[in-house]
Design a protein around this ligand. Structure first.
Ligand SMILES: [Zn+2]
Length: 328
Protein backbone atom coordinates (compact mmCIF):
# COMPACT_ATOMS: atom_id res chain seq x y z
CA UNK A 1 0.00 0.00 0.00
CA UNK A 2 1.05 3.53 -0.57
CA UNK A 3 3.88 2.84 -2.99
CA UNK A 4 2.11 4.08 -6.05
CA UNK A 5 0.77 7.25 -4.50
CA UNK A 6 2.18 10.52 -5.77
CA UNK A 7 0.44 12.62 -3.17
CA UNK A 8 -0.56 11.70 0.34
CA UNK A 9 -2.77 13.88 2.49
CA UNK A 10 -2.71 13.81 6.27
CA UNK A 11 -5.55 11.55 7.30
CA UNK A 12 -5.50 12.52 10.92
CA UNK A 13 -4.37 15.75 12.51
CA UNK A 14 -4.74 15.32 16.23
CA UNK A 15 -3.00 12.36 17.70
CA UNK A 16 -2.28 11.69 21.34
CA UNK A 17 1.19 10.61 22.47
CA UNK A 18 -0.24 7.17 23.15
CA UNK A 19 -1.52 6.82 19.59
CA UNK A 20 1.80 7.99 18.17
CA UNK A 21 3.73 5.53 20.34
CA UNK A 22 1.52 2.72 19.12
CA UNK A 23 2.21 3.55 15.49
CA UNK A 24 5.95 3.97 16.12
CA UNK A 25 6.10 0.61 17.84
CA UNK A 26 4.46 -1.06 14.87
CA UNK A 27 6.77 0.60 12.34
CA UNK A 28 9.91 -0.11 14.31
CA UNK A 29 9.12 -3.72 14.95
CA UNK A 30 8.74 -6.09 12.06
CA UNK A 31 4.99 -5.88 11.89
CA UNK A 32 4.90 -3.33 9.11
CA UNK A 33 4.34 -4.41 5.55
CA UNK A 34 7.81 -5.02 4.16
CA UNK A 35 10.96 -5.76 6.03
CA UNK A 36 13.26 -3.12 4.76
CA UNK A 37 15.87 -0.89 6.32
CA UNK A 38 14.33 2.04 4.41
CA UNK A 39 11.92 2.97 7.16
CA UNK A 40 14.70 3.23 9.72
CA UNK A 41 16.80 5.37 7.43
CA UNK A 42 13.81 7.64 6.75
CA UNK A 43 13.10 8.01 10.47
CA UNK A 44 16.76 8.82 11.06
CA UNK A 45 16.65 11.37 8.25
CA UNK A 46 13.52 12.94 9.76
CA UNK A 47 15.15 13.16 13.18
CA UNK A 48 18.24 14.72 11.68
CA UNK A 49 16.08 17.40 10.08
CA UNK A 50 13.60 18.04 12.90
CA UNK A 51 14.96 21.53 13.43
CA UNK A 52 15.15 22.28 9.73
CA UNK A 53 11.44 22.37 9.06
CA UNK A 54 9.90 25.59 7.83
CA UNK A 55 6.91 27.45 9.26
CA UNK A 56 4.53 24.99 7.60
CA UNK A 57 6.28 21.95 9.08
CA UNK A 58 7.67 21.09 5.66
CA UNK A 59 10.94 19.46 4.68
CA UNK A 60 12.16 19.20 1.12
CA UNK A 61 12.92 15.86 -0.52
CA UNK A 62 16.44 17.17 -1.11
CA UNK A 63 17.06 17.67 2.60
CA UNK A 64 15.78 14.19 3.38
CA UNK A 65 17.51 12.53 0.44
CA UNK A 66 20.83 14.02 1.52
CA UNK A 67 20.57 12.49 4.99
CA UNK A 68 19.23 9.23 3.57
CA UNK A 69 22.08 8.91 1.06
CA UNK A 70 24.67 9.71 3.73
CA UNK A 71 23.26 7.01 5.99
CA UNK A 72 23.34 4.35 3.25
CA UNK A 73 26.73 5.37 1.93
CA UNK A 74 28.26 5.05 5.37
CA UNK A 75 26.50 1.76 5.99
CA UNK A 76 27.20 0.16 2.62
CA UNK A 77 30.57 1.59 1.63
CA UNK A 78 32.26 2.77 4.76
CA UNK A 79 31.14 -0.09 7.03
CA UNK A 80 30.77 -2.63 4.24
CA UNK A 81 27.39 -3.81 5.49
CA UNK A 82 24.18 -4.78 3.70
CA UNK A 83 26.08 -6.91 1.18
CA UNK A 84 23.61 -9.74 1.29
CA UNK A 85 20.64 -7.50 1.23
CA UNK A 86 17.87 -8.41 -1.12
CA UNK A 87 14.53 -7.14 -2.23
CA UNK A 88 13.53 -3.56 -1.72
CA UNK A 89 16.71 -2.19 -0.28
CA UNK A 90 18.72 -3.41 -3.23
CA UNK A 91 17.95 -0.34 -5.29
CA UNK A 92 19.51 2.29 -3.05
CA UNK A 93 22.34 -0.08 -2.24
CA UNK A 94 23.12 -0.63 -5.90
CA UNK A 95 22.94 3.09 -6.69
CA UNK A 96 25.54 3.64 -4.00
CA UNK A 97 27.75 0.74 -5.05
CA UNK A 98 27.62 1.78 -8.70
CA UNK A 99 28.52 5.33 -7.75
CA UNK A 100 31.46 4.13 -5.73
CA UNK A 101 32.69 1.82 -8.46
CA UNK A 102 32.29 4.33 -11.26
CA UNK A 103 34.34 6.99 -9.53
CA UNK A 104 36.80 4.51 -8.02
CA UNK A 105 36.21 5.69 -4.46
CA UNK A 106 38.01 3.76 -1.73
CA UNK A 107 35.79 2.17 0.89
CA UNK A 108 37.32 4.14 3.77
CA UNK A 109 35.72 7.26 2.35
CA UNK A 110 32.81 8.67 4.35
CA UNK A 111 29.99 10.48 2.59
CA UNK A 112 30.68 14.05 3.61
CA UNK A 113 34.24 13.80 2.28
CA UNK A 114 33.02 12.98 -1.22
CA UNK A 115 33.35 15.48 -4.01
CA UNK A 116 30.28 17.71 -4.04
CA UNK A 117 29.38 16.86 -7.64
CA UNK A 118 29.36 13.15 -6.78
CA UNK A 119 27.25 13.80 -3.69
CA UNK A 120 24.68 15.76 -5.69
CA UNK A 121 24.45 13.06 -8.34
CA UNK A 122 23.98 10.30 -5.79
CA UNK A 123 21.44 12.28 -3.79
CA UNK A 124 19.46 12.91 -6.99
CA UNK A 125 19.33 9.22 -7.85
CA UNK A 126 18.46 8.19 -4.32
CA UNK A 127 15.71 10.82 -4.25
CA UNK A 128 14.07 9.24 -7.30
CA UNK A 129 14.10 5.86 -5.59
CA UNK A 130 12.69 7.36 -2.43
CA UNK A 131 9.78 8.67 -4.48
CA UNK A 132 8.99 5.17 -5.62
CA UNK A 133 9.79 3.07 -2.57
CA UNK A 134 10.12 5.14 0.56
CA UNK A 135 7.83 8.14 1.11
CA UNK A 136 4.66 6.29 0.12
CA UNK A 137 5.59 3.14 2.00
CA UNK A 138 6.13 4.76 5.38
CA UNK A 139 3.08 6.91 4.74
CA UNK A 140 1.09 3.70 4.34
CA UNK A 141 2.66 2.11 7.41
CA UNK A 142 1.66 5.12 9.50
CA UNK A 143 -1.85 5.06 8.02
CA UNK A 144 -1.30 8.51 6.63
CA UNK A 145 -1.09 10.05 10.05
CA UNK A 146 2.57 11.05 10.40
CA UNK A 147 3.09 13.19 7.34
CA UNK A 148 1.68 14.38 4.06
CA UNK A 149 3.82 14.24 0.93
CA UNK A 150 3.77 15.60 -2.56
CA UNK A 151 6.03 14.23 -5.31
CA UNK A 152 5.46 17.21 -7.55
CA UNK A 153 6.39 19.83 -4.98
CA UNK A 154 8.93 17.41 -3.53
CA UNK A 155 7.96 18.21 0.02
CA UNK A 156 7.01 16.22 3.06
CA UNK A 157 4.85 17.94 5.68
CA UNK A 158 5.05 16.55 9.18
CA UNK A 159 1.97 16.31 11.31
CA UNK A 160 2.54 18.99 14.00
CA UNK A 161 1.60 16.55 16.77
CA UNK A 162 4.14 14.06 15.44
CA UNK A 163 6.77 16.78 15.20
CA UNK A 164 6.31 17.79 18.80
CA UNK A 165 6.26 14.14 19.84
CA UNK A 166 9.57 13.56 18.08
CA UNK A 167 11.10 16.58 19.78
CA UNK A 168 9.88 15.37 23.15
CA UNK A 169 11.17 11.83 22.81
CA UNK A 170 14.03 12.40 20.41
CA UNK A 171 16.66 10.57 22.42
CA UNK A 172 14.50 7.51 22.95
CA UNK A 173 13.50 7.44 19.30
CA UNK A 174 17.11 7.62 18.15
CA UNK A 175 18.05 4.72 20.42
CA UNK A 176 15.04 2.66 19.42
CA UNK A 177 15.57 3.26 15.72
CA UNK A 178 19.26 2.43 15.92
CA UNK A 179 18.54 -0.72 17.86
CA UNK A 180 15.94 -2.01 15.42
CA UNK A 181 17.96 -1.02 12.40
CA UNK A 182 21.01 -2.85 13.78
CA UNK A 183 18.87 -5.89 14.50
CA UNK A 184 17.66 -5.96 10.91
CA UNK A 185 21.12 -5.39 9.45
CA UNK A 186 22.33 -8.26 11.61
CA UNK A 187 19.76 -10.57 10.03
CA UNK A 188 21.03 -9.60 6.62
CA UNK A 189 24.76 -9.85 7.28
CA UNK A 190 27.15 -12.16 9.00
CA UNK A 191 28.57 -10.03 11.75
CA UNK A 192 30.11 -10.79 15.13
CA UNK A 193 27.32 -9.43 17.36
CA UNK A 194 24.62 -6.87 17.68
CA UNK A 195 26.84 -4.67 19.86
CA UNK A 196 29.33 -4.50 17.05
CA UNK A 197 26.57 -3.33 14.78
CA UNK A 198 24.97 -0.90 17.17
CA UNK A 199 28.21 1.05 17.34
CA UNK A 200 28.30 1.27 13.55
CA UNK A 201 24.66 2.21 13.17
CA UNK A 202 24.93 4.84 15.89
CA UNK A 203 27.72 6.54 13.99
CA UNK A 204 26.40 6.47 10.42
CA UNK A 205 24.80 9.89 10.66
CA UNK A 206 27.95 11.44 12.03
CA UNK A 207 30.22 13.71 10.06
CA UNK A 208 33.88 12.80 9.89
CA UNK A 209 35.13 16.35 10.02
CA UNK A 210 33.79 19.73 11.04
CA UNK A 211 36.73 21.45 9.36
CA UNK A 212 34.59 23.30 6.78
CA UNK A 213 32.58 24.84 9.62
CA UNK A 214 35.76 25.89 11.39
CA UNK A 215 36.73 27.85 8.31
CA UNK A 216 33.39 29.62 8.16
CA UNK A 217 33.45 30.47 11.87
CA UNK A 218 37.00 31.79 11.68
CA UNK A 219 35.95 34.04 8.80
CA UNK A 220 33.32 35.81 10.86
CA UNK A 221 34.58 35.53 14.43
CA UNK A 222 37.77 36.08 16.36
CA UNK A 223 39.94 33.03 16.88
CA UNK A 224 38.99 32.56 20.49
CA UNK A 225 37.23 29.98 22.60
CA UNK A 226 33.47 30.57 22.71
CA UNK A 227 33.35 29.46 26.33
CA UNK A 228 36.45 30.79 28.10
CA UNK A 229 37.67 33.41 25.63
CA UNK A 230 41.13 31.92 25.32
CA UNK A 231 42.95 32.82 22.09
CA UNK A 232 43.08 29.92 19.66
CA UNK A 233 46.39 29.34 17.94
CA UNK A 234 46.96 28.00 14.47
CA UNK A 235 48.13 24.80 16.02
CA UNK A 236 45.76 22.15 14.71
CA UNK A 237 45.19 20.54 18.08
CA UNK A 238 44.11 23.74 19.71
CA UNK A 239 41.05 24.77 17.70
CA UNK A 240 38.00 22.59 18.06
CA UNK A 241 34.54 22.88 16.61
CA UNK A 242 32.13 22.05 19.41
CA UNK A 243 28.45 21.14 19.29
CA UNK A 244 26.86 23.61 21.71
CA UNK A 245 23.97 21.18 22.24
CA UNK A 246 25.72 17.78 22.27
CA UNK A 247 25.79 15.83 19.03
CA UNK A 248 24.54 12.71 20.77
CA UNK A 249 21.27 14.56 21.28
CA UNK A 250 20.92 16.72 18.21
CA UNK A 251 22.37 14.13 15.76
CA UNK A 252 23.25 16.76 13.19
CA UNK A 253 25.71 19.51 12.47
CA UNK A 254 23.90 22.79 11.99
CA UNK A 255 26.23 25.74 11.94
CA UNK A 256 24.00 27.59 14.39
CA UNK A 257 24.81 24.91 16.94
CA UNK A 258 28.57 24.93 16.35
CA UNK A 259 31.14 27.06 18.17
CA UNK A 260 34.91 27.33 18.29
CA UNK A 261 36.41 25.97 21.49
CA UNK A 262 39.79 25.45 23.06
CA UNK A 263 41.14 22.02 23.85
CA UNK A 264 40.45 22.31 27.58
CA UNK A 265 36.82 23.41 27.23
CA UNK A 266 36.12 20.97 24.43
CA UNK A 267 37.31 17.95 26.37
CA UNK A 268 35.84 18.94 29.72
CA UNK A 269 32.46 19.82 28.19
CA UNK A 270 32.28 16.57 26.26
CA UNK A 271 28.65 15.40 26.11
CA UNK A 272 27.16 17.99 28.47
CA UNK A 273 25.00 21.06 28.05
CA UNK A 274 26.69 24.40 28.70
CA UNK A 275 25.18 26.44 31.52
CA UNK A 276 22.16 28.46 30.44
CA UNK A 277 23.73 31.92 30.18
CA UNK A 278 25.71 30.70 27.17
CA UNK A 279 22.40 30.34 25.40
CA UNK A 280 22.18 34.13 25.19
CA UNK A 281 25.71 34.30 23.84
CA UNK A 282 25.05 31.81 21.09
CA UNK A 283 21.82 33.56 20.14
CA UNK A 284 23.78 36.81 19.72
CA UNK A 285 26.49 34.97 17.86
CA UNK A 286 23.93 33.46 15.49
CA UNK A 287 22.42 36.86 14.87
CA UNK A 288 25.76 37.86 13.34
CA UNK A 289 25.64 34.85 11.02
CA UNK A 290 22.03 35.59 10.18
CA UNK A 291 22.98 39.10 9.14
CA UNK A 292 25.65 37.92 6.70
CA UNK A 293 24.11 38.71 3.36
CA UNK A 294 27.04 38.68 0.95
CA UNK A 295 27.71 34.98 1.23
CA UNK A 296 24.95 32.73 -0.06
CA UNK A 297 26.45 29.54 1.37
CA UNK A 298 25.96 31.01 4.86
CA UNK A 299 22.45 32.06 4.03
CA UNK A 300 21.80 28.44 3.06
CA UNK A 301 23.43 27.13 6.24
CA UNK A 302 21.28 29.48 8.31
CA UNK A 303 18.14 28.62 6.39
CA UNK A 304 15.15 28.14 8.70
CA UNK A 305 17.08 29.19 11.77
CA UNK A 306 15.26 31.21 14.39
CA UNK A 307 16.52 31.92 17.90
CA UNK A 308 13.45 30.12 19.25
CA UNK A 309 14.81 26.93 17.72
CA UNK A 310 17.99 26.81 19.72
CA UNK A 311 16.10 27.68 22.91
CA UNK A 312 13.69 24.86 22.13
CA UNK A 313 16.55 22.50 21.45
CA UNK A 314 18.16 23.46 24.74
CA UNK A 315 14.97 22.83 26.69
CA UNK A 316 14.24 19.57 24.88
CA UNK A 317 17.71 18.26 25.57
CA UNK A 318 17.10 18.79 29.29
CA UNK A 319 13.76 17.00 28.97
CA UNK A 320 15.57 14.16 27.23
CA UNK A 321 17.93 13.66 30.12
CA UNK A 322 20.85 15.95 29.33
CA UNK A 323 20.60 17.47 32.75
CA UNK A 324 24.19 17.63 33.88
CA UNK A 325 25.14 21.18 33.10
CA UNK A 326 28.71 22.15 32.31
CA UNK A 327 30.40 25.32 33.48
CA UNK A 328 33.76 26.23 31.91
ZN1 LIG B 1 38.00 27.43 26.43
Amino acid sequence: MGHKLKVGELREMYLTDEEIWRIFTIILSNKSVKSSTYKYALIKALIENLYQINEDFELTYDQLAYSFTKIYWNLVVHHNLLNQNSGQTARVVSIIKEGQLKSGIPSEMVFDKLDEAIQIKLVGKVKSTMKINVFGALYGDTRGSFYAFDHKKETLRLNPSVHSFMLNYQRLLVNLTNYHMAAMVEQLNEVPSINYLLGKVESIAKRSSLKPFEKVLLTYFKAECFYCGKKLTDNKRETHVDHFIPWSFVQSDHIWNLVLACNTCNSSKSDKLPTRNYLDYIIDRNQVLNDVKENTSITILMNNYRSEKIIMLYDYSIKNGFDSVWIP
